[in-house]
Design a protein around this ligand. Sequence first.
Ligand code: RB5
Length: 143
Amino acid sequence: MIAFASDHAGYGLKKIIMEYVSSLGYECTDYGTYDGETVCDYPEFAHKAAKAIMDGTCDRGILFCGTGVGISLAANKVKGIRCCVCSDCYTAKLSKEHNDTNMLALGARVVGPELAKMIVKSWLDASFMGGIHEKRISMLEME
Ligand code: RB5
């Protein structure tokens, strides 16, 4: 199950990408916001999706705001979440292979729908490589 969330700025791209990810055969759940008109606050929706990953309801998540920055910062406040904003396929792929990201953030005012689809596919198709990267990821949890 893939968790989706956005603010108003990310809403339109979220709908497009949810439909695309569904067409790839994944189940999707939308944690809001549910319209693109009402101005809202991205942390509320980032937290809902992030919590769904940490409680096991969803396997990973894809987030959207204007730049992808705010909503990724909010998601990373939830312990165990590793989220990065990506504007290119290479970073998206490597963020899974090396950093085992469990959330991906996209900026709806930065990337167009077709590039966003390629970025998302690169991330969904990638697998964590483990090995030396395990230790580095565990070090991220140090207080
Ligand atoms: C909303 O205007 C915008 O600030 C938000 O979507 C996001 O880009 C913040 O990081």
